[in-house]
Design a protein around this ligand. Structure first.
Ligand SMILES: Cc1ncc(COP(=O)(O)O)c(C=O)c1O
Length: 365
């Protein structure tokens, strides 16, 4: 039975995923849901022929993974880590130990919440910027975090602008952390090829490659920062099978090109489904490569849509601010058709309820 207030029905998890909680709450078995709650590529990389010894041997540094990553990212200054979120959680402590001055940190007002949590844990003083930090904020800061492109706002900053921010910070020995977890479909927008001494760039194999379960990401920075990050890694931080699959994925240029094409085609499909479904709402729709975010003007509209979609077994991500929804991609044509159908149905239900409300308010015949 759903609670009396249908739109504040449950404690929403902090990130997408956690489908089991929704399945239980709405009484719909997990397999019957369309899960569009994350920005993970649903048609991710599938490894072929994993040799038996990969499962039984300990991981080795010289297995070719680093070379594949250097080639893929276009820099020698790469360290592989167990997921970019490991780096997000660990960097504040590492950096504060390395340079005791880091206290004042700038973060985006809206963005992947783990950055804020990690800096708060280290008792940093935080300030927040809207789309880009102002010069005043940069002069104040010891470190600044950019999420580029931003999840969930989709905002993509020009690499020259990012380098400019690093240069302003450099004047007071400040650091710039650029989270490029969602950058792979637009490598020309990455700042990896223009790494500055005070810059740390994070990448992930969990989004474009769809390999979130592998827990592999990378850190790109000056050799001294990389050395400190390396010192913080436990032995065999990335499993042998994860290293093997990551190396294969990063080296598979044909899959990368085909995947890029598939993503561009399917994001257009998602945009047009959203544009149709929300055409009667006062809303703003923005697309990144792996997700679409929709903001609503009307208070409560995002929660209402989220709840109605859940009632039909469609699980999207309600933004932390409760003012919008984020939708990820789907793999199969029949799933796209179902999403389209459910979104149209919910739109009709909402329009009908608006007409009924108007009828009641104005006593229309
Ligand atoms: C912007 C951003 N950065 C980093 C991550 C962490 O990704 P992973 O730890 O899988 O590499 C996420 C996960 O959702 C994210 O949204």
């Amino acid at each position: 039975m759903l609670s009396a207030n249908p739109f504040s029905i449950m404690q929403h998890p902090e990130h997408g995923g956690h489908l089991h909680e929704y399945a239980e709450h709405y009484g719909i078995p997990q397999h019957a849901w369309l899960d569009v709650s994350t920005g993970i590529n649903p048609k991710g990389y599938l490894p072929t022929n994993i040799p038996d010894n990969i499962w039984t041997q300990l991981p080795q540094e010289n297995d070719g993974l680093v070379l594949a990553a250097q080639k893929y990212y276009g820099t020698d200054q790469v360290l592989m880590v167990p997921g970019s979120s490991w780096a997000i959680q660990t960097l504040p402590q590492i950096l504060q130990q390395q340079s005791l001055g880091i206290q004042r940190v700038l973060l985006p007002k809206v963005g992947y919440g783990e950055h804020k949590k990690a800096w708060l844990k280290q008792k940093a003083t935080l300030d927040f910027y809207d789309d880009i930090p102002t010069d005043e904020q940069l002069v104040w800061a010891d470190a600044c975090v950019l999420i580029n492109p931003n999840n969930p706002t989709t905002r993509l900053l020009d690499p020259q602008l990012v380098v400019g921010i690093a240069k302003v910070l450099e004047r007071q020995h400040g650091l710039l952390i650029v989270d490029e977890a969602f950058m792979d479909a637009q490598p020309h927008c990455s700042v990896v090829s223009q790494l500055q001494e005070n810059m740390i760039v994070l990448r992930s194999l969990g989004k474009f490659f769809g390999l979130a379960g592998l827990r592999v990401g990378s850190v790109m920075a000056s050799q001294s920062i990389l050395q400190s990050v390396q010192n913080a890694l436990p032995p065999w931080a990335i499993s042998n099978v994860s290293r093997y699959v990551a190396k294969q994925a990063l080296s598979d240029v044909y899959w990368i090109a085909a995947n890029n094409y598939w993503i561009q085609q399917n994001i257009q499909r998602l945009v047009s489904i959203c544009a149709q479904a929300f055409c009667h709402e006062r809303s703003l729709i923005r697309a990144s490569d792996l997700f679409v975010t929709v903001w609503f003007d009307e208070e409560g509209a995002a929660q209402a849509w989220h709840h109605h979609l859940c009632c039909h077994g469609v699980y999207c991500r309600l933004l932390d601010e409760n003012n919008g929804l984020r939708f990820g991609l789907l793999q199969y044509p029949e799933d796209w058709q179902r999403l389209h159908k459910v979104m149209s149905m919910v739109q009709s239900q909402r329009m009908l309820s608006t007409v009924t409300t108007l009828h009641n308010e104005y006593d229309l015949e």
